[in-house]
Design a protein around this ligand. Structure first.
Ligand SMILES: [Zn+2]
Length: 157
């Protein structure tokens, strides 16, 4: 899982070439960004991102310029372990188009309650600050991509 820091304006990620920390602004998450120090092009987030606080969740969901798929999971949940590699595939294949974020419902019970998550894994797609669809249970990467596509095309028309 990716280690990412969040601040008011975006995600802070290290440059893979020189280690310099760079900010990926929430409202330009789909755009290419060059490292401020060495000008190496920074890869778009291409792995699931663990959200550690409800504040990080709120900022990302409210301001992300691209859809965010949230995986509600917990460490003791077997099907959650099955869906984890599928989400990695989605994050890698949809880098720059979709953010995959993970919410550990044991750690962030507040979010599970707020969204009425009754079973895990539950995958929810957020676009434009709103939840547009959700689906309970593990599923393969192709199904997750279809879910995102359907949900986000509906929200745009
Ligand atoms: Zn750099």
């Amino acid at each position: 899982m990716a280690t990412v820091d969040f601040d008011d304006k975006g995600m802070v990620v290290p440059c893979p070439a020189c280690g310099q920390k760079n900010r990926l602004a929430y409202d330009r998450l789909g755009d290419p960004v060059k490292c401020g120090k060495c000008k190496h092009e920074l890869p778009a987030p291409n792995a699931p991102i663990e959200l550690n606080t409800a504040a990080d969740f709120d900022r990302l969901i409210a301001r992300s310029s691209i859809p965010v798929v949230v995986d509600y999971w917990a460490p003791w949940c077997g099907p959650c372990r099955m869906v984890a590699p599928e989400l990695q595939k989605v994050a890698a294949r949809q880098a720059g188009r979709v953010i995959v974020a993970k919410v550990n419902t044991d750690q962030l019970q507040e979010l599970g309650q707020r969204y009425g998550i009754r079973s895990i894994p539950t995958l929810a797609v957020f676009a434009g600050g709103k939840e547009v669809t959700r689906s309970a249970g593990a599923r393969p990467a192709e199904d997750i991509e279809r879910l995102i596509e359907q949900a986000t095309s509906v929200s745009h028309h």
